[in-house]
Design a protein around this ligand. Sequence first.
Ligand code: UDP
Ligand code: MG
Length: 320
Amino acid sequence: MKKKISIIIPTYNEEESLPFLHEKLNEIMGQMQDYDFEILFVNDGSKDKSLEIIKSFRQADERYNYVDFSRNFGQEIAMAAGIDYVTGDCAIFMDADLQDPPELIPELVKHWEEGYDDVYARRRNRTGEGFFKKFTSKMYYRVLQKMTNVEIQKDTGNYRLIDKRCINALRKMTESERCLKSMFSWMGYKKKEVLFDRPPRVAGKTKWNYIKLFDLAINGITSFTTSPLRLATYFAIPTFVLLGIYAIYVIAKCFVTHTMVQAFQAIILLILFFSGIQILLFGIVGEYLGRIFNETKNRPLYFVNEYNGEKETNEKLDTK
Ligand code: UDP
Ligand code: MG
């Protein structure tokens, strides 16, 4: 029996890129005769001819499959649908615009055959992207890594191959505010890095803008960690320290100069005291909120790699 490789491609208004992609995929599938293939397009509410084009692919070749969304739900959700519908022994996530070069597939598969569960493609450079985008993205990952114990893969998009058991694992991570990239990190498993040069998109325009990227960034942080909620607690501590120092100073001064506490000093003390208490209470609320947030995500507590020397497939994995 041949192993089946599934390729998940979120697609939104890609009528211009699809023919190029189709050609490349056919070429690769032709080269890799030892495997069965399933190409799964998730049409994310495209307003152009994307769906018709995909349908025509399927008419010519049953290995092409598609899920057609009722409207545009966004790339993250499109990939989530891919995870649900995919049937292969492994799955590759790929963009429709050839920015994730299909030529890399044989190498991804090779490492998968060596026993790696998550073979991710890391960008060596980012041609066609502005300085600002590169810089912000770099800073973002640096900050994100500081906030969490989970190891984050740098310069890595969604282009990767994951084993079936990772697919099963991801199916159990059902949160609705999703950031797949951080979910890949969180799920763990044997990871392998493959370097590649990311070309500019073959045709059409990027569907991302800074507002969408910002949303994704926030989702990335909040799906990793609730530590921003702890900020309040951190602010409360210096406020109280300040209060203490100032209080000692004011009282000591009263003793030394034999005067009363002055009105403005009393006001400063009161402000420090009450704002300290308020921030602290915020922090406490934040702590509980963070716990509720984590509970509502309802993620599994852990994923198992092996049981008594046998590879855990996660097929019967149950939440909790
Ligand atoms: N995409 C999608 N839904 C969206 C936006 C984008 O499915 O709402 C798809 C898009 O068709 C492409 C992939 O997600 O296959 C990546 O999008 P894009 O190339 O625009 O992002 P970039 O590479 O510029 O980050
Ligand atoms: Mg792209």
